[in-house]
Structure formats: C-alpha cells, structure tokens
Design a protein around this ligand. Structure first.
Ligand code: UD1
Length: 357
C-alpha cells in the first residue's frame, strides 16, 4: 500500500490539502499521513480550518522558531527530516509557496523521498517576494509538478524542468468551491484582505494602502478580515486610530473557510494582495483589484477577472473602481477549474506508483 505524507503549515496549505485528502482517503489502497509544521498556530488560521474542512488531526504537529525566512526554513527542514525518517513515506506532497512548502521539499530531498508539488510553476518574476524563492527552489527539487494554468508550463520549461514531470491538472483550491452557491442578491460591499510584506511591513507602504481604503469607503462599506501580521504592524506604526474613524469599515478577525467564502462570493469587489484570493474571486465572478506590481496568476488577468494596482496608485485605483461600476463584468473560467483537480492528481500518482512497483 503506497504511503503519502502531506506537509502543511499555513492557512492556504490546509485549504489545498482538503480536497486531495478526501479523494485520497476514499482509496482504500492508499495511506496518507499529515505533518503540520506549526507555521500558522492561531486557531483562526489553523485549527478552525482542520475542523471546517474535515481534516484529520495531524500525525505530527511541530512548532517552529519565529525567525527570519531562512532560519525558519532551516529549523523546519531539520525537524521534518527526523519525522520523515520515522514515517518512511513513498512520496511527500507539498502545496503552494510558503516557507513550510520549501522546508518540506528540502527535507524530503535530503532523504531521497520523491516530492509532488501541488501548484507548481507559478512565477511573479519578483525576486523580493519570499514566496517566489520558495516556489523556484521547491520546483527545482520536485519530481511531480502539478500545475494550475498554462503559464506555469512555460515557466517550468524555461527552468529546465523535464516536460514529462509537468501535469496540467487544474486548480485544487477550486475543488473546494464547486458545491458552493452564491446568494441571489449580491450586496454592495467590498471585501479587503492585505498581508504581504510589500504592503504591510513598512509604514509608508501601509499609508499608501490606507489611502486606497479611504477612497473605497467613499462609495462602499468595506469588510476586512484582518491577518495578524497586518494588525500587528498597523498598531506598531500607530495607524490603528485612522481605522477607528470610519463607520463604513468593518474590521474582523480572520474568518474560517465557509464564512470567508460566503463573503467573497457575494462581494461587489475584492481588494487583495493574496495569491489564492485572486483565483477564488475569478471563480465566483467577482472583480478583483490586486494591490501588487505583479501576479504569479496571470490567467486571472487574461480572462478579465483581475487588475493590478501598480505601486498602489490612487488614480489607477479610482479608474478601476469606475470601470467596474460602469462595465458589465463577466468572463470565462480558466481551463480545468472544474472541481476535478484532486481526482486527476490522485489518478496520476496511482499510475506512477504502479509503474514504479
Ligand atoms: C504566510 C505565507 C504567505 C501566505 C500567508 C497566508 C510565507 C513566506 N508566507 O504569510 O505566502 O499567503 O501565510 O496567511 O510562508 N502570526 C500570528 N499567528 C499565526 C501565524 C502568524 O500571529 O497563526 C504572525 C507571526 O508571528 C508573524 C506574522 O504573523 O509575526 C507573519 O506570519 P508568517 O507565518 O511568517 O507569514 P504570513 O504573513 O502569515
């Protein structure tokens, strides 16, 4: 019986694991163990998702040091190596682009365990993003590259990844959404989520974000489930009192998957710097404005669902808000975002394992 180990550590990892976990455990001939790295530890970023998405208690629960990116990855890599030596899986599965993803891939590589990378090949071409380094380094040592959009195929080929190891399977995160129905009457609020270092770690950058927020509040109520990183820096830079002045602003703790999906599906506009939320907005037909200079998810732009607000430019932001108000917004869904991605991944893994035995 093949034994897979999934390594997860952050909120988006848990969301991507869920559909795959449920398809894999439906196969009686497969064993799946889960290692939680402890990168996200607050209940509303972690435990809540395990409960809501019906995920098992992890076989292994780690804690990690709170250091800079490299020390976090190195600390985790060593801990994961010990755990994987005990578990002896045939294959390790990692997701996305967070520090836990790369640490998991490195530990497996150290031990010669094959690696499957779910959501491989995405590139922002922005070397200042920690996620970009995590993506590139994880792909360099992975054996199975499961990709969500065709741009990832070209990116991987350009990095000399063997074509036979790239599998266009679609978007596993969308598998979670296909049973979800939008309510009939869409409400007139904007949904905000902002947490990237490029927007929240420096005072000036945060001030720029807040000027876009104030522009939004002229026309809309804004609902903002706030990431702990953002809350921390808003407070430490003394900017929190600015938020208190706005009655149309609704700040809340990070939400669970169902509650957040409900808010997202029914919003008028999404403003975000998250990767996954650009895709989820695209799926639900909600126009997205991304407060970044680039996106590793170009298909969302190509289909017309998403626009970048470069340098958080206020004039551009105003122009885009006006466009959304005036133009009809609808688009075709990207290829293979059909809720069947986990099935495809499992089929490919099972075939390869059979070939290997
Ligand atoms: C991480 C990922 C990012 C992903 C995001 C989703 C990396 C490099 N970044 O960013 O790609 O989009 O998760 O949420 O892996 N903190 C808490 N409670 C928690 C977790 C974190 O207070 O449960 C605090 C940490 O102490 C730290 C800050 O939030 O001060 C940042 O946490 P970290 O896990 O480093 O990265 P995220 O910003 O969450």
């Amino acid at each position: 019986m093949p034994h897979y180990t999934a390594i997860v550590g952050t909120r988006p990892n848990f969301i991507k694991l869920a559909p795959l976990y449920h398809v894999l455990t439906g196969h009686s001939e497969t064993k799946l163990s889960v290692i939680h790295t402890g990168q996200h530890y607050d209940d509303n970023l972690s435990g809540l998702f395990f409960r809501e998405l019906d995920l098992p208690t992890p076989s292994v629960q780690l804690t990690i040091c709170s250091g800079d990116r490299l020390s976090q990855i190195e600390d985790l890599r060593q801990k994961l190596r010990s755990e994987l030596t005990l578990l002896e899986p045939d294959l390790v599965i990692v997701f996305g682009d967070v520090n836990s993803t790369l640490a998991g891939a490195k530990a497996s590589h150290d031990l010669g365990i094959p690696i499957a990378h779910v959501e491989a090949g995405l590139r922002s071409f922005d070397p200042s993003m920690p996620e970009e380094s995590n993506r590139i380094e994880t792909d360099r040592i992975s054996d199975f590259h499961f990709i969500t959009e065709s741009a990832a195929f070209d990116n991987l080929l350009a990095e000399r990844i063997c074509e036979d190891n790239i599998h266009f399977v679609g978007n596993v995160m969308i598998d979670n959404l296909t049973n979800f129905t939008k309510s009939d009457d869409s409400e007139d609020y904007m949904l905000w989520t902002i947490h990237r270092p490029s927007n929240v770690d420096q005072r000036d950058d945060l001030m720029g974000v807040l000027s876009l927020l104030e522009e939004s509040l002229r026309s809309y109520d804004v609902v903002w489930p706030m990431h702990p990183r953002t809350r921390k820096t808003l407070k430490s830079f003394g900017l929190w009192p600015i938020l208190d002045q706005h009655v149309r602003l609704h700040i809340m703790e990070p939400l669970g998957h169902t509650e957040f999906t409900d808010l997202l599906a029914n919003a008028r506009i999404i403003v975000t710097d998250s990767g996954g939320i650009q895709e989820e907005a695209c799926y639900f037909g909600v126009p997205c404005l991304t407060l970044r200079n680039n996106t590793e998810r170009p298909v969302t732009i190509q289909v017309g669902a998403n626009r970048l607000i470069m340098d958080n430019d206020l004039d551009l932001f105003r122009k885009e808000l006006k466009r959304i108000q005036e133009e009809p917004t609808s688009w075709d869904l990207p290829e293979l975002w059909d809720g069947q991605t986990s099935q495809r991944i499992v089929r490919i893994l099972q075939e390869q394992i059979k070939l290997a035995h």
